[in-house]
Write a protein that binds this ligand. Sequence first.
Ligand code: PLP
Length: 376
Amino acid sequence: MIPFNKPHLTGKEAHYIYDAVRSGKISGNGKYTKLCHEFFEDKYNYQKCLLTTSCTDALEMASILIDIQPGDEVIMPSYTFVSTANAFILRGAVIKFVDSRKDHPGIDESKIEELINDKTKAIIPVHYAGVACDMDIIMDIAKKHNLFVIEDAAQAIDNYFIDKNGIKKPLGSIGHLAAFSFHETKNIISGEGGMLVINDERFIERAEIIWEKGTNRSAFFRGEVDKYGWVDVGSSFLPSDIIAAFLYAQLEELSIIQNRRIEIWKIYYDGLKDWATKNDVKLPSLPKFSTNNAHMFYMVFESIDERNKIINKLKAKNILSVFHYLSLHKSPFYKSKHDGRTLENSDNYSDRLLRLPFYVELTNPEIDTIIQVIKS
Ligand SMILES: *Cc1c(COP(=O)(O)O)cnc(C)c1O
C-alpha cells in the first residue's frame, strides 16, 4: 500500500517534547516557540512571526488585524481551501472569487483589478502547490487601490518569488501579512500548527495582543508594562510549547526534508514528461517568477473521466492518489452568495487535477512503480 501522505519524523520530536515537559513550562510562548520564531525571522528575514495552532487561525488573526467589517469585500481565488474564505466570512466579509490561471491553479492576476470597488479591503493570493503568484502585479494593484495583501502561504514554506529585478524574495515576506500551515500534510509539520507573519510594523503590537486573548501579556513578560490586562479583542491563537518543540525538530532538518522532496518531484517530472506530452496530460508548470519547494506533484487531465480512470487504476494497485479543491464559488455554503460569474479554469482544476503520493519516505522504486502504473 502506498498512501497519499505519510507524516515525516526527524527523530528529535519526542526528545524536544520531553525537554519542554521536563522544564515545567508548556503553555504558549515558551522556549521552543521563541526558537521557532527566531529560526523563521533569521532565515527568511520576516519582520515578526507568531506561531498559531493552525494556518486557519493565522488567517483569522489577519482578518481581525486589517479590521474587516460586515460588507467589506475580499478578493481571492475560488480554487483554494475553505479556510482562506472562512477567516473573512466570520467577520462579515463578502468574498469576490477570482478564476485560476490557465497554466497554473494560482489566482489569475489579470482578473483582480476589475473586481475592485469602494468596499474592497484586501487581496488574498494563495501560493498553490507552494508556487508563487505574481506578487509584482498583485502588490502594484494593492498599492494603487490602497488594499491589504495577505498571502495564504499555507503550502509555501521555503519557497521564493523572483521579482521583476531578479531579486529572490521568500514567500510570506511580501504581503502585509502571511499565513503558513504546519498541518501534517504540509512540508514541515507539527500535526496541527501554523504561523502568522507580520511584514508591516503597524500590525506588530496589536498582533501580539490578539494572539494573547486580547491582553498585553507579551509586553508584560518583557517588562514593558507593569501589569497586564484586557486591552483589545483577541482569542487563544498561540500553540502550547509542546507543539512548538515538535516543530523545532522539523525546522532543524528543513534542508534535508526539502532536498528529498525536490528529488522526488524531479523523478516524477522526468519519468512522466514524454508520456504526458504524448497524451495531452499537463504536468506542473513553474512560472519564471517562482522557485519550487516541491510541496506536491500534480497532473491535469483532459477530462474528469480520464482523471478518475487513473485514480482507479492506481487504487487497484494499492496506490492512493487524490483530487483537490472543489471551486468555493460553487460550494453548498457559498453558491447562493456568489455573483454568478463563471470561473472556468477553477472548475477545470476541480474536475481534472490529480495529486500523486508525496512524502519524504517515498522510495525511488515506489515512485517508479507509480510512474509505470500511470503509463500503462
Ligand atoms: C492547508 C491549507 C490551509 C489550512 O491550514 P491549517 O493549518 O490546516 O489550518 C489553508 N489554506 C491552504 C491553501 C492550505 O493548503
